[in-house]
Design a binder for this molecule. Structure first.
Ligand code: MG
Length: 159
């Protein structure tokens, strides 16, 4: 079957004090930010991997290598735009996406709607087709200790 395709993506970045925190294309007020070659936008990286995965096009590291100066400090919204170019190049559109961000702090609820609107704009779909959820791990594991941020994404593509 090739008229609908499903993909999933996962990403993790370590956190450190004093770095900017970008999640879902939004700058988050936070004492910690992601250590990364790019801006470290974990949910966008998971989303790009889900989009690429749906079409078996490899992964974000293959298309945007973290060894390349071209992608040093890059705004991950540009990576999402480029990934969307690959998706539309294959003749597909995004049906809906569902993202879960797992982070112990800060609280992300105030930013969720802005993330959905930003991501929807880049993917040319409605915010109603972009779910962003945030959870903690109840202080368990590396996320719970505040050492890292992780995100999962699932997408449905159609043509
Ligand atoms: Mg990443």
């Amino acid at each position: 079957m090739d008229n609908i395709r499903i993909g999933n993506g996962y990403d993790v970045h370590a956190l450190a004090e004093g770095l900017p925190l970008w999640l879902g294309g939004i700058r988050i007020e936070s004492p910690v930010g992601c250590i990364a070659h790019s801006d470290g936008d974990v949910p966008i990286h998971a989303l790009c991997d889900a989009l690429l995965g749906a079409l078996a096009l490899g992964d974000i590291g293959k298309h945007f290598p973290d060894t390349s100066d071209e992608f040093k400090g890059i705004d991950s919204k540009i990576l999402l735009e480029r990934t969307m170019g690959l998706v539309s190049g294959e003749g597909y559109r995004v049906g809906n996406v569902d993202i879960t961000i797992s982070m112990q702090r800060p609280k992300l609820a105030p930013y969720i709607l802005q993330m959905r609107e930003t991501l929807a704009g880049i993917m040319h779909i409605s915010p109603g087709d972009v779910s962003v959820k945030a959870t903690t791990t109840e202080k368990l594991g590396f996320v719970g200790r505040g050492e890292g941020c992780e995100a999962y994404a699932v997408v449905l593509l159609y043509r």
